[in-house]
Every structure is written in structure tokens, then in C-alpha cells.
Design a protein around this ligand. Structure first.
Ligand SMILES: [Zn+2]
Length: 612
């Protein structure tokens, strides 16, 4: 058990914190050449139990009326979240303390009549949601995602922004932002909101790699026994693997912020840091560390893919509206592919574990009825209404750009390696894009990705993208794996590898094409027996063959007892009506894919799987 001293003041008595933890390394970004007056924020966290952050912002405006807005979304998470819904008590004052008139213009914009003089606004933000996309304050720590807390002046983002923090005694500040004169400083608003700030009593480890200083900042419950050394070592191994694949790091300092708490939350990428959240229960099993390493690898690689190499539509951002990209299959899906490569290259996965991972991805992907229903570029474009707002029919109509993007990423990696006889690779594509675009701050297009991939392969790959990204032709991953010499096998979903029945084989074999949530039909697979029998989404199945079923397992077991080739009578509530439906069960068409190395792998396989 780790004991942390943390005495909380009863009420707000602001103690303005010096961001001491990061003073030694305040070199994340070059200082602005022109010392323009900054927007200066003071964020008071000293009443943590209230879960309100009290914000004061000094705005150096010379306009007679000044608009201020809060972002509607946060970069990296493509959904309108309307952070302004958590803002209360918005008021404005002149520097000599006179109240200024404020008018709300829309859901997220206020106009202050400041008469051509700098002024101060004050508001409080309710921060009770534990998520990497929002801000959170409780009696143990604060996580600040700037987009949900800091107002900005539209059209005036390219000027310095600085932040002072006050917090309960004993709390310290951790962020990729450098500090100057007791404040965190950012050259512009984009950098400010791209730098999450963790305030609390975390345990901090540091290491250096390839001349870059790393911090691993772990916030976790006192009573949770976590192997911090392992988390740090594995993050170091992953960082090293990426340095090797990408030819070093483009930053001098990087901060891993890891919060382990009651709920999981994934991760959010930033240019020089990442905010990650995992559930404490994830670490009940050893697989929690594997999940942490994968999350770390994914978010870390984003420092290249999407933060520096990015769709021109994704930066500079329009914080008040959707920013549409057709490249999320590349930014997210290929980041998944690179995450797995890093797991192998860091030594955290064996070559067998890496192949098992791809086999698992293929097995899962082939079960998705919508896998080839919509071009992946369109899936990406529609992320704002689809990705974070799933509906029951989406499984048939669309697919995750993470999941299919990864399948395409592995296929492209193999295609390049095969075409170039092992000289080129997917990491090589990223090195090219980094050099031509990321390093010079230029956005990319789909054509730039195609060109880099073709250059890396030494053959024109435009057709590959036309078929599988802009078109809906099935991705030829199995054929590419076989061409590379990998043994690809598959078996029915109800059998073990040795051909004997798996546990609950009858349940797994009898297939109706139902996706269930409990005993309620969530989705009906196109072309399935359930569709032929006119089952509907929302049907609540209460009996099979006249026998009551209360759980999904019981329902599937009952179908298993009827068996493929036979008709099962399902009794269901459709709304308040009771209906009987006959379903002719089939053999489950889903197969489990396994991959195996040949006895003598050739050079392409040796380099792909890091066998030497
Ligand atoms: Zn991602």
C-alpha cells in the first residue's frame, strides 16, 4: 500500500501552485518570438468535493465587443460534446472591477461589451465525468482537458496562453506544457488544449531515451497494488521500439499520464503527452498490463500519426464545429497496426502472440456483417454521427474504422514488404510522410498516403486504395498472409483446434443470426435465418419451443438443443404484443482463424516478425 499525504482545506483558500514538477524540462516548444500579451487563466481547484473548477480568464482584447467561446469537441474524439453545458455563472469585469455586460450569442459563445479594454471573465465548470475527453475533479485529483475548460477568442488562437493553478495542499502539477514565472505557458491555444494537465499526488517515474526526457505519471487508488515499475519498463520498451521504427523522436519531452480508477476510459492522444484511463479491475488479471501496454503503444504512436502527420482537415482546428476527415481509417486504423508492431518489436509479444493477435482480428472482423457495406473513407467521414453514437443497425451498415483500418494496415504492410522484397514496410510509409509533411507542419491528403505507400513498395498501389478504402472490395489479407508464407487455417466456431467439440458446442453451432442483449434482439444479420423469419430488432424472446428463457446463455442453449437443420419456435414480446416465429436454424458460418509460421521463414517474414 502506498500512503500519500494529502490534507484538503475545508473551503476555497487558493494556494497558487508553482508547477514544480516540470520546471526542469521546460523545453517542449520553442518560445514565441514576439512577446504578445497572453490570455491568462487562473484555475481554482481548491474545493475538490464540489467538483467545480473555478476559472478566471484575463483577455487582452482591444475590441469594443469581444466574443469568447468554449469548444464543442475535443480533438481526437470526433463527436460534438458541447462542453459549454457544464459552464455556469459566466460573468465579466473590467480590470478596475466594474461589471461588464455579457450576452450569450449561442450555445457556446458569449459576447462581452468591454469597450476596447482588457477584461476578466469568470465562470465555473462542472467536472464530474471521469473520461479522457473531459475534465474531472474530485477529492483525490484533477484532470484537465483544456477544450472543456478554457474559453478562447475566435480568430485569436495564435497568441500565448498561460495558466495558473490553485489546488489542495500537497497536490502537484503534471503536463507537457513548460512553465515560466509560476505559470504554465503555451505558444498558442492549440498547444494549450493539446496538453492535458494532471494535478494531484501521483507517483512519477522518469527515463530518457534517444535524447528525449520521458515522465510516467501514475494516479491510482491508494489501496491498489500496481506494479508501477512494470508499467514504466513496458512503456520504455514500447517507446524504444517506436524510436527504432521511426528513426528517433520528434520531441524533446513526453509525458505519459495514466489514471487508474473505478472506470476505464481509454486514451486520448496529444502531441507531447497522452492521457490514459484504465479501470482498477483490469489489473485483477495479468492481462491488465498487456492492455496497458497496448493502450500506451496506441496513444504514443499518435504523436506521429494524427498529431504531426495529419489530414489537413485536422489542424488547425475549428473548435466550434465538426472537422470532417476521410482519413480516420489511416489515423486510427493504421495506429492500431503500428501498436501491434511495437508490441512485437518491443519484445512484449512473441511472434506467435503477434500472429495470434492478427488471427483474432481476422476472426472477429469476418463476423461483422457490415464489414464491406460502406467505403472506409465514407465510414471515416461519417464518424461524427456514427462512430461514437452507435445504433442497432450500424453493425449491418458500417464498420469500425479502427478495426477495418487495422486489417487494411496489416494487408498494406505485407503488400509493401512482399513487393519490395523486404526493403519497404508500413513504418517506412510513416517515415516518408513524417519527413515530407509532419516535420514541416504540412497536412496530408489521401493521395499523399498512396504516393508514400507506392514509393515504399516500389510499385503503384493506387489500385489497392481504390478497391479497399474508397471501394468495398474485401481486403485480401488471407491471400497476402499465404503469399508471405504464413499457414492460414480456419475451423468452425464450435470446434477446438484438435477437432473435438468446444465447450457449449451445440449452442455455438446452432445459428439464427441474432445479436442479443440479454434475451432482446439487438440486431438481425442480413441473409440469416432470423431475417428470413422476420424477427425484429427489439423483440424480447421469452421462450424457445414453449420453454421459458431468461438469459442469453439459456436462449442459445435452447437453440442448441433444437440444432441446425431444424425449426425452432421463438415466442417473443414485440412491444406489448406476443408473437411466435419459426426459425430454421443453420450451421454457424463463422470460423476461427489460426496462423502459423512456416518451419523456415523467408527474409520477408523474418523482418516483418522481427525473428532475427
Ligand atoms: Zn487512437
Amino acid at each position: 500500500m502506498r500512503v500519500r499525504a494529502c490534507r484538503l482545506p475545508a473551503m476555497r483558500q487558493p494556494v497558487w501552485l508553482a508547477p514544480m514538477v516540470l520546471c526542469a524540462c521546460a523545453t517542449a516548444r520553442p518560445a514565441s518570438a514576439k512577446p504578445a500579451a497572453p490570455v491568462h487563466y487562473r484555475v481554482d481547484l481548491s474545493a475538490p468535493a464540489s467538483q467545480y473548477m473555478h476559472v478566471e480568464a484575463r483577455i487582452p482584447s482591444r475590441s469594443t465587443r469581444t466574443k469568447l467561446a468554449l469548444p464543442a469537441w475535443t480533438p481526437g474524439s470526433y463527436r460534438i460534446r458541447d462542453f459549454s453545458k457544464h459552464v455556469f455563472g459566466f460573468s465579466a469585469e473590467s480590470l478596475d472591477g466594474k461589471t461588464l455586460e455579457v450576452e450569450a450569442l449561442d450555445k457556446q459563445t458569449w459576447e462581452v461589451r468591454n469597450g476596447g479594454r482588457p477584461f476578466v471573465v469568470r465562470y465555473r465548470v462542472y467536472t464530474a465525468t471521469a473520461s479522457v475527453r473531459t475534465s474531472m475533479l474530485d477529492d483525490t485529483h484533477a484532470s484537465i482537458n483544456g477544450a472543456s475548460v478554457f474559453v478562447f477568442e475566435p480568430g485569436k488562437l495564435r497568441r500565448p496562453h498561460s495558466v495558473e493553478l490553485s489546488a489542495p495542499e500537497g497536490w502537484s502539477v503534471h503536463t507537457a506544457l513548460p512553465s515560466r514565472d509560476g505559470s504554465l505557458v503555451a505558444d498558442d491555444y492549440d498547444i494549450l488544449v493539446d496538453s492535458p494537465i494532471e494535478v494531484g499526488t501521483p507517483i512519477v517515474d522518469r527515463f530518457e531515451l534517444e535524447g528525449t526526457a520521458f515522465e510516467y505519471v501514475l494516479t491510482s487508488p491508494d489501496d491498489l497494488q500496481l506494479d508501477q515499475a512494470r508499467l514504466v519498463e513496458e512503456s520504455k520498451a514500447i517507446s524504444g521500439a517506436f524510436a527504432e521504427m521511426m528513426g528517433g523522436f520528434p520531441m524533446q519531452r513526453y509525458v505519459f499520464l495514466m489514471n487508474v480508477g473505478d472506470v476505464g476510459g481509454g486514451g486520448l492522444e496529444h502531441a507531447d503527452s497522452t492521457m490514459m484511463m484504465m479501470s482498477r479491475t483490469a489489473f485483477d488479471k495479468d492481462t491488465g498490463y498487456d492492455a496497458a501496454a497496448r493502450l500506451t503503444a496506441h496513444e504514443f504512436f499518435h504523436l506521429w500519426n494524427v498529431k504531426r502527420i495529419h489530414d489537413a482537415a485536422l489542424g488547425p482546428f475549428d473548435y466550434r464545429h465538426e472537422n470532417y476527415s476521410r482519413l480516420l481509417w489511416f489515423h486510427e486504423g493504421f495506429t492500431e497496426t503500428m501498436e501491434s508492431l511495437a508490441m512485437r518489436r518491443s519484445g512484449l509479444w512473441t511472434s506467435k502472440e503477434y500472429l495470434d493477435h492478427i488471427a483474432g482480428a481476422l476472426t472477429g472482423f469476418e463476423r461483422k456483417p457490415g464489414r464491406d457495406a460502406m467505403p472506409l473513407s465514407e465510414v471515416s467521414f461519417r464518424a461524427w454521427t456514427h462512430a461514437y453514437q452507435p445504433e442497432n443497425n450500424h453493425r449491418n451498415e458500417t464498420v469500425s474504422y479502427y478495426e477495418k483500418g487495422d486489417i487494411i494496415g496489416v494487408a498494406l504492410d505485407l503488400k509493401i514488404r512482399l513487393a519490395s522484397h523486404g526493403k519497404g514496410s508500413l513504418p517506412g510509409v510513416f517515415r516518408r510522410l513524417m519527413k515530407r509533411f509532419g516535420a514541416v507542419g504540412k497536412g496530408i491528403t489521401a493521395a499523399d498516403i498512396e504516393r508514400a505507400a507506392s514509393d515504399e513498395a516500389g510499385v503503384d498501389l493506387a489500385d489497392f486504395f481504390a478497391r479497399h478504402v474508397d471501394g468495398v472490395e474485401p481486403v485480401p489479407l488471407v491471400a497476402l498472409l499465404e503469399e508471405a508464407g504464413i499457414g492460414v487455417k480456419s475451423r468452425p466456431a464450435w470446434l477446438r483446434p484438435d477437432g473435438t467439440d468446444a465447450p457449449r458446442a451445440a449452442s455455438k453451432r446452432a445459428w439464427a443470426g441474432l445479436q442479443l442483449q440479454g434475451t432482446t434482439v439487438r440486431n438481425v444479420t442480413p441473409g440469416s435465418p432470423a431475417e428470413a423469419s422476420a424477427l425484429m430488432r427489439g423483440d424480447e424472446v421469452i421462450a424457445v419451443q414453449g420453454r421459458r428463457v431468461k438469459t442469453e446463455a439459456a436462449l442459445r442453449a435452447a437453440l442448441g438443443r433444437v440444432g441446425p437443420g431444424h425449426r425452432a419456435t421463438l415466442t417473443a414480446f414485440r412491444g406489448s404484443r406476443l408473437v411466435d416465429l419459426d426459425v430454421e436454424l443453420q450451421d454457424n458460418p463463422h470460423r476461427i482463424v489460426t496462423l502459423a509460421l512456416p518451419t523456415e521463414p523467408g527474409p520477408v517474414l523474418r523482418s516483418w516478425l522481427a525473428l532475427d
